[in-house]
Ligand binder design. Sequence first.
Ligand code: GLA
Length: 708
Amino acid sequence: MNASPGAVADIIVLHGARTSLVLECVAGGAPLWRYWGPALHADGAPWPPLASQRPTPSSSPDTDQPFSLFPTFGGGWFNQSALLAHRDGRDFHQAFQRCEIDWREPGRAAVVRLFDDVAALTIEVSLAMSAEDDTLTISTVLTNTGDGVLEVQWLAAGVLPLPERSANVRSFVGRHMDEFRPVEDALSRSGWRRENRRGLTSHGCFPGAVVTTPGTTHDTGLTYGVHLAWSGNHAQLIDSFDDGRFQWQMGEWLAPGEVRLGPGERLASPEMIAVCSAGGLNGVAQGFHVAARRRIAWPGGTMRPRPASLNTWEGFYFRHDQAELRQLASLAAGIGMERFVLDDGWFRGRNNDTTSLGDWTPDPAKYPEGLGDLIDYVTGLGLEFGLWVEPEMVNPDSDLLRAHPDWALELAGRPRLTARNQLVLDLTRPEVVDYLFGAIDTLLRGHPIGYLKWDHNRDLATAGGAGGRAAYHNQILAAYGLMARLRAAHPEVEIEACAGGGGRIDMGVLRHTHRFWTSDNIDAVSRLGIQRGFLQFFPPEIMGAHVGADPAHTTGRGQSMAFRAAVALPGHFGVELDLRKLDTADLARLADKVRLYKDLRGILHGGRVWLGDGEDGMVWQAHADAAETELVVLAYRADPASFGHAAPLRLPMLAAEARYRVRRVDRDADAEGQIASGARLGAIGWPMPPLRAERAVILRLTRLDGPT
Ligand code: GLA
């Protein structure tokens, strides 16, 4: 590639409010990455072509191959390719002769269409920059325009540049009951790669990561984040170039033979959502929160205040005694709860986890007259009724599988691998989806059920569909399709995505759902870390957060009611214990916390969230309402203090010139509060009381003068 001196590059520029992206169009190839980072002013100055500035290094092809929007293998690009595909062993190399730019919104959204007439395929990369939150959404469609079958091993959803000074990548590992544990890896000339092949978003390999530059903190430093909006297998990788930069790719991980495109067929990638912020980890989180909020289809179009929810699981497990459940509902209504969710155990023969998944009619022994009596009782108390289902699953010991032994995903000649004693239904068969739609639709039509807790309690294994081909990709699309069909038939119903807690938390399923069950671990100390990881990507109003029993069932550790409630409070608050077992004092304390939640939820769930680390092991988070005139600050101490005097809590996100009234609201002793400037609260901090381990302080800040 050569460029004459003084030549002007033909560029594509997308601007967000604080971010810009620049690509250079080149003849006979994909546009080249020139920039993605903090906003560049639209100064109108011309860009010299990259070729005029970049001599070819020694011992490399005479034609330079700079980093493009869609780099491909086999023609002198030696880093990771955005596509790995072949046609019966041929066409393993792809390159583009033509490029079309189709502007969808000038300066904000475009589709870049690339044509390879030799390998006979086209690529369409959609790029959209949000002016509201600076998130960049990228997705890619591959079309086979040739005659034979195109076998696809990898199609990147998006390919992004990272600057030379990228230092660390923070991703999230975990397991059932320990989701969102951050792990930090240094970036170097070696590659970084994480893959999830569990067939579901997974507890242990979250499809997203954050890249930091030296000196990044919660609030400062150039920081990048990506997330793949997909509930199945995925791969994410960072690969270093010989010019010091890095590329970041994400996409669906495909099983061998899973995608074979016939003539004219297409593969559409999931969306990759990316954020760049000069405002550190919180800046990236705030971008993701707005992007997530935009994806949620609330009944009626807007979110109503998130109802305080009582869930029956840990209090009752499979023991459904209607008299007991009525006592529970009455107590729940008495302390101000607003939604009652009947968890696992309600359907035909379901007395433990070995049986009955698939048989979605009420258990005649527990509910001889059906669910109607209990639902009437619960709704008569003013509570909304919710129901647990696990549609994609079936127990071998079920009427459903006895009637349709071929309905589970399996591979001929291989043992059926159960997990939690269950198999996965083959949703790629339309008759299976029709059966599930019919069963759930009947429940929803028959009763005023406002909410489904939609579970998925195992990974996919031996996931072969009809014909013995891997069914992972189509299974996810079919599950989304079933959710969409049910939502279309019952638009007033909200859905919670659960998968043994946080195994299906992503912005793909969020298009169809309204809450995540964050973790099966409700221990408040464990939850502090899990919730902070969740909040890096998702806003608090969809973070299911419950007050559990003391001691916690999953860890055996016990905490005070005040601490358990303070940890659950910022999320979509709920209670998951047998209220009949609380003594009067704890029941009254819990009722107080439900009141406090209702008082604060308009602030907690409205706007920006900041996480911070205080001194001496304190952690805190601040939530502002949409107008940022009210804030709630929750400060937690998990471990004993080591300082003699508690250090003040510095709050750097406040407007320096504004004055705030600060009140402690987890006690009513401080009703008047004190007034301090944002500058003082940022530089010196709020004087903290001494706190023992597993204690919290909740402050409400009201801005006294209008925005300046
Ligand atoms: C999963 C969920 C729990 C509960 C059980 C019921 O583990 O995460 O909240 O619903 O299933 O079997």
